[in-house]
Ligand binder design. Sequence first.
Ligand code: URA
Length: 245
Amino acid sequence: MGKGQRLDKFLAHMGFGTRREVKTLLRQRRVVLNGQRVTAGELKIDPERDQVKVDDRNVKYQEFYYLMLNKPAGYLSATKDRFAPTVLDLIPADLRVRDLSPVGRLDKDTEGLLLLTNDGPLAHRLLAPNSRVPKTYFLRVDGKVTPAEQAVLAAGVLLDDGYRTLPAEVHILTSGEVSELLLTIYEGKFHQVKRMLHAVGKEVIYLQRRSMGNLTLDPGLASGECRPLTEEEIKCLKAWTRPVR
Ligand code: URA
């Protein structure tokens, strides 16, 4: 987004709704530009220098947003759905900028680390099939996972559609009536973890993503909470996904 931007376009980008909704906001005299109440959406502003307030709240310009969400079960990894709540419903209004989307999907019943961003190219690079971004999951499995099954999962298993998974890392944390595992995979097929365990005759009863690339779920984030990534996290993520020349 360059300098000399229309005020209504800027507000729409910053998550204040569609251009029509922004028009209403302006008509309701809720927008202040450099200390003056304004109603004209076509006013040109410099988003990096001009001070814009809506309902007395500063609207700070930022082109790209990167949020870490500790996704709870029961929410769809989507931006809207007619029937079920989506992860966007968990994002506070001031962070819900336009085009904010989850990077990839966690199943409705899966919890843990979900990155959301409006940086389309970065999301694309993270999700590209050949990006080989490691994703680590904590899982509880019904029954005892044997070292033989661990070896099969690590070497690559044949899924129900005939696809053989790439080598993975499997750590058995506890093994008993319910086993606990850490599993790192380098791809992201549909329901991959559950289907990998199915392939060795096991049922996943709890699934949580702990990390993705060099991004680790913040233990301080309660279930359902999100926070912007730190500068350092953004830098690492960008370095991780830099296009290879
Ligand atoms: N694998 C799954 O089976 N489900 C998820 O949500 C993520 C990985």
